[in-house]
Design a protein around this ligand. Structure first.
Ligand SMILES: C[S@@+](CC[C@H](N)C(=O)[O-])C[C@H]1O[C@@H](n2cnc3c(N)ncnc32)[C@H](O)[C@@H]1O
Length: 182
């Protein structure tokens, strides 16, 4: 598989396993109000944030809830954090809108080519952000129930965050032996 085939994929239906959500959880305060804008109720972001006492609103295009419309809505005003794994095909536009909100956010994004576009170069240069490196690649799932992986990407994913991590660059280890979905 070519590196950019996944990094720039038009197919956005890849779902994050439990061990991919875990590294960001400790940086979101218990009880926080969190918006997961690319997530159905089955998303492990939603479930694991709720499990730690957060109040979570999840929205997803499949339910007619378009992030690019909601980013200027009451949901965005209400939330204290925005957390998810966004669609890869529009990651630049998503980051642009997230920085505009000035809300703390954390997005899991493929690192290949991330800093190589002029637009993203300018976005990162001009905004406050941090980066959370993971020691292992995440194998994304093809659904939330079978536990089967759809994608073993030949590159790493990182959390790009804003106003969340205490240091500009941080590192977390993930345990891929943990069960994927529950
Ligand atoms: C990479 S998947 C990740 C899903 C989920 N966040 C997770 O990590 O399991 C991104 C999801 O965003 C959805 N999506 C694409 N465009 C969207 C939009 N404009 N607004 C909301 N959701 C969108 C896709 O259908 C896809 O399910």
């Amino acid at each position: 598989m070519k590196l950019d085939q996944v990094a720039n994929s038009k197919n956005d239906e890849f779902f994050t396993p439990k061990y991919g959500v875990m590294p960001i959880l400790k940086y979101i305060p218990d009880g926080a109000k969190v918006w997961c804008p690319f997530d159905t109720k089955d998303s492990l972001y939603v479930k694991m944030l709720e499990d730690k006492g957060c109040t979570v609103i999840n929205t997803h295009i499949f339910n007619g809830e378009d992030f690019f419309e909601l980013v200027n809505s009451e949901i965005c005003d209400w939330c204290e954090y925005i957390v998810s794994n966004p669609p890869y095909s529009v990651k630049t536009e998503v980051l642009e809108k997230l920085f505009e909100t000035e809300k703390p956010f954390a997005m899991l994004i493929g690192v290949v080519g991330l800093f190589e576009s002029q637009k993203r170069f300018e976005l990162f240069r001009d905004h406050e952000f941090e980066i959370l490196y993971l020691n292992r690649r995440i194998s994304f799932m093809k659904d939330y129930t079978s536990g089967k992986t759809a994608l073993n990407p030949p590159f790493s994913s990182v959390y790009i965050t804003s106003k969340i991590l205490p240091d500009k660059v941080m590192f977390e280890e993930i345990n891929k032996k943990e069960i994927l979905v529950s």
